[in-house]
Design a protein around this ligand. Structure first.
Ligand SMILES: *[C@@H]1O[C@H](CO)[C@@H](O)[C@H](O)[C@H]1NC(C)=O
Ligand SMILES: *[C@@H]1O[C@H](CO)[C@@H](O)[C@H](O)[C@H]1NC(C)=O
Ligand SMILES: *[C@@H]1O[C@H](CO)[C@@H](O)[C@H](O)[C@H]1NC(C)=O
Ligand SMILES: *[C@@H]1O[C@H](CO)[C@@H](O)[C@H](O)[C@H]1NC(C)=O
Ligand SMILES: *[C@@H]1O[C@H](CO)[C@@H](O)[C@H](O)[C@H]1NC(C)=O
Ligand SMILES: *[C@@H]1O[C@H](CO)[C@@H](O)[C@H](O)[C@H]1NC(C)=O
Ligand SMILES: *[C@@H]1O[C@H](CO)[C@@H](O)[C@H](O)[C@H]1NC(C)=O
Ligand SMILES: *[C@@H]1O[C@H](CO)[C@@H](O)[C@H](O)[C@H]1NC(C)=O
Ligand SMILES: *[C@H]1O[C@H](CO)[C@@H](O)[C@H](O)[C@H]1NC(C)=O
Length: 726
């Protein structure tokens, strides 16, 4: 039987055509670029004038209803790679079979491939000459008994010697090929394959040999016992072929010299690369470009595309993040009872309460700028903010709160927002879409009562009358809190540092955001520890039950501060004097009150009033809550006592006293006097404290932080303080 060798290139034919080809013609855009699943990029092409040269011409044929590209002598084209300058084709398998009828061995299939004088070379990198069979010796030759010849032997005496996946001489052998091969023929050694009749009973009667892609081959023992190897690819196996522009022996250097007309790298962003397998050159897009270097403007900047991709994916990422953030915000919002709050706000119209978005508060505080901080503690920070570019507010941004407290927030906000009294700092709104809700209060510019009594500016000589008025106003405010709702709203942290002063030095009770409706179930008492050392109701310490009388006790301490000008706790003083209230009570017992009184009180105020105040304070400080007066009684009593003052101001401010009789304190002339005579800054713009003042203000505002039943953080602080002072 004759040995068949198929042709891949057209060799001589090409040379004839080439002589007529004057210049490289740009292929028409109408050229078909797809055949079946295979893309056919230029320099390859389907149809006349669509490929760079005839050897790159592809024919697209329908086989079994499927379009398939073919090249050369009917080699099926699997794909074309421009970047690697390779094509994959299906090569034909040569067979060597025992013919029982003649008793001889016969060569079948296609025994070789001739690609001489074509742009094609067998890839030495990807292909291996692969032989399957028992007692088979096969050769591969580059030409008729001249030049290169190689081969390999495959034997198999026992079936157990064969292993799937292993091709190393047992039923299968492989050998590499050299570079530059454009022709091969396969042959079987007839002398070696003797006596097939002996083994034919156990093994397939055929041996095979093919030059094929090594990566596409995986030996199976079934290849020895059956015809599976031939059947799988219908007598064919994939093979990789390197192609290049090989016009004669043209290299890049030569080709470029003849740039006009024959140079194939038409794209401006392409470069010429000498072929690694055989003569000639290939074109490649320059670094940063991708596309077809054989077409004018075929190489497109990858970097631009890359950036567009980056921008797209980045904005996509942002959108995703924003969606995620919004989801988180919504979760927080409903978790904190925001929906309930919204519903209530809708049904109860006229509530001047705002639910702020996080963005609004960020804008109001210059993204929580350091310069906006007006109070800072371990548990949170208070910022001065400007809402809608005009309204000044104090924004409380807290650290974490307990899981349990989160849920009640919206409802509590609603109640607190409805409290509207001139001696209580107004809660303007809140922000619920953050992990820990933020509270927004009206901004009170003039420091605290604590500062007024104990601060650096004591030299300002605030009159006792003024202090007493402020205390009276604070009492009114607390009375309002206690009587506003049932169960009563308990402040829980009454102290001079929580009594803020507005521009007219009117008292504004602050930090009621930390106060809560009196708890109704026992379970809540356990974690409720709040207050400030020196002001703490001793009964509360024992029962852990916060009542309105706890506020009364703390207010008693405030009265003492007003009377004595001393701080509630003096840790550096003598033992007996450390705690102002116990010091006061023992002084009262010994009838030695004068020693405690502030110098400006002594002898200057009506002794009846002083005694009355001391007596009131004593009642407030009663160890037993039920014996203490109510906040209303305290406020009324202070109002009564204020009228006893023989201070000259009283005559001047007769109207004020009358106002007090009506249960409302006035904020006229009198306070303005204080402000102007003391030289206190009146304008908000001057509200720039020095660092010390700021920190004192801060200490007052730290009290604002969530404590009360919303957190247990105070507990540890309190415990250390309890051991020392109680
Ligand atoms: C191919 O190119 C040749 C020469 O330029 C021209 O004569 C011929 O008509 C073209 N064929 C087609 C199908 O365009
Ligand atoms: C070539 O074809 C094979 C199989 O069809 C496929 O796996 C491979 O990705 C293709 N390669 C290219 C460069 O298209
Ligand atoms: C191989 O030899 C035969 C005859 O000896 C000849 O016809 C054929 O062209 C040769 N092939 C090559 C590739 O040299
Ligand atoms: C070859 O085939 C065997 C089984 O037939 C399989 O276990 C092995 O992973 C395959 N190897 C490769 C490289 O595909
Ligand atoms: C291999 O397969 C092809 C296509 O199916 C067939 O024509 C040929 O006869 C087979 N060869 C052998 C040895 O089985
Ligand atoms: C380059 O062009 C010259 C004529 O300009 C021609 O003689 C020569 O053969 C060309 N060389 C190649 C490699 O195309
Ligand atoms: C191939 O080279 C010949 C000269 O050797 C030249 O005339 C012809 O244009 C070239 N063809 C291509 C496609 O480069
Ligand atoms: C073409 O360039 C790419 C990178 O730009 C490189 O990976 C590839 O190997 C080059 N191809 C050839 C044939 O040089
Ligand atoms: C194979 O060996 C048998 C004896 O086992 C012999 O009869 C036969 O002639 C041999 N065949 C060939 C082709 O050598």
């Amino acid at each position: 039987m004759e040995v068949r060798i198929l042709q891949l290139g057209f060799g001589v034919l090409f040379l004839l055509v080439a002589q007529h080809a004057p210049a490289i013609a740009i292929p028409s855009s109408e050229c078909q670029r797809q055949c079946g699943n295979v893309e056919i990029p230029y320099p390859f092409g389907i149809g006349e004038n669509c490929s760079l040269e005839t050897d790159f011409a592809v024919s697209c044929e329908v086989e079994d209803g499927i379009s398939k590209p073919f090249i050369g002598d009917h080699f099926e084209l699997l794909n074309i790679s421009l970047a690697e300058s390779t094509i994959r084709v299906l090569n034909f398998i040569a067979s060597f079979c025992y013919n029982p009828s003649t008793g001889s061995m016969e060569i079948g299939g296609v025994a070789g491939l001739d690609a001489s004088d074509s742009p094609y070379r067998f890839s030495d990198v990807h292909n291996k000459f692969t032989v399957i069979g028992c007692n088979t010796l096969a050769y591969i030759s580059s030409s008729n008994n001249t030049g290169y010849q190689s081969g390999c032997v495959s034997t198999c005496s026992r079936m157990s010697d064969l292993t799937d996946g292993s091709c190393s001489g047992m039923g299968c052998c492989q050998t590499e090929i050299p570079k530059g091969m454009d022709y091969y023929s396969a042959d079987f050694e007839r002398g070696f394959n003797t006596n097939m009749s002996r083994i034919i009973s156990r093994f397939s009667r055929c041996s095979y040999a093919v030059l094929m892609e090594a990566a596409a081959f995986n030996f199976s023992t079934a290849y020895i016992t059956t015809t599976k190897f031939n059947d799988t690819g219908a007598g064919r196996a994939p093979m990789v072929i390197d192609w290049a522009i090989r016009n004669g022996t043209a290299s890049c250097e030569v080709a470029k010299r003849n740039e006009t007309g024959t140079y194939a790298c038409l794209s401006s962003n392409s470069e010429c690369v000498d072929s690694v397998n055989g003569p000639g050159y290939v074109c490649n897009c320059s670094h940063g470009y991708q596309g077809n270097p054989y077409l004018p403007d075929g190489c497109k900047g990858v970097i631009v595309a890359f950036f567009i991709l980056i921008i797209f994916s980045f904005s996509g990422y942002l959108i995703f993040q924003k969606k995620k953030l919004n989801k988180v915000k919504q979760e927080y919002f409903s978790q904190h009872g925001g929906l309930l709050l919204f519903e209530k706000m809708k049904s109860e119209r006229g509530i001047s309460f705002t639910v702020f978005t996080e963005a609004e508060l960020i804008h109001a505080t210059d993204n929580y700028d350091k310069s906006r901080i007006i109070g800072k503690g371990g548990n949170g920070t208070v910022y001065k903010g400007i809402i809608k570019d005009k309204m000044h507010v104090a924004i409380k941004r807290c650290a974490l709160i307990g899981e349990r407290q989160k849920k009640e927030f919206g409802q509590e906000m609603l109640i607190l927002s409805q409290i509207n009294h001139k001696n209580i700092v107004k809660l303007v709104g809140c922000c619920l879409e953050v992990e820990v809700p933020m509270l927004v209060y009206e901004f009170i510019p003039n420091d605290t009562l604590y500062e007024l009594i104990h601060g650096k500016n004591r030299a300002l000589q605030i009159s006792f009358t003024t202090l007493l008025r402020i205390a009276h106003e604070a009492a009114e405010g607390l009375n309002f809190l206690h009587s506003y709702a049932s169960p009563p709203i308990i402040h829980g942290d009454v102290k001079t540092a929580n009594i803020l002063l507005d521009e007219n030095y009117m008292a504004k009770v602050a930090d009621f955001g930390a106060s809560i409706l009196a708890p109704s179930d026992e379970g809540q008492y356990v974690t409720m520890v709040q207050g400030t050392c020196g002001y703490l109701d001793p009964e509360y310490m024992q029962t852990c039950q916060l009542t309105d009388k706890s506020d009364v006790y703390s207010f008693g301490v405030i009265l003492l501060e007003v009377l004595t000008g001393q701080v509630p706790l003096k840790l550096d003083g003598p033992e007996t004097q450390r705690n102002l209230s116990s010091h006061f009570l023992s002084a009262m017992k010994e009838n030695n009150l004068d020693a405690l009184l502030a110098s400006e009180v002594k002898g200057q105020e009506s002794s009846e009033m002083i005694r009355g105040l001391a007596e009131l304070a004593k009642q407030c400080l009663d160890m037993c809550g039920v014996n203490r007066p109510t906040m209303k009684e305290v406020a009324d009593e202070i109002g009564r006592l204020r009228k006893l003052s023989f201070h000259p101001w009283v005559q001047v401010t007769d109207t004020e006293s009358e106002g007090l009789l009506d249960g409302a304190s006035s904020t006229t002339g009198f306070e303005i006097d204080v402000a102007t005579t003391t030289g206190y800054p009146m304008q908000e713009g001057q509200f720039d404290f020095g660092p010390t003042k700021l920190s004192e203000w801060a200490s007052g505002l730290v009290g604002w932080m969530f404590k009360s039943r919303w957190s247990v953080w105070v507990l540890s602080q309190l415990q250390s303080c309890l051991c020392k002072d109680f």
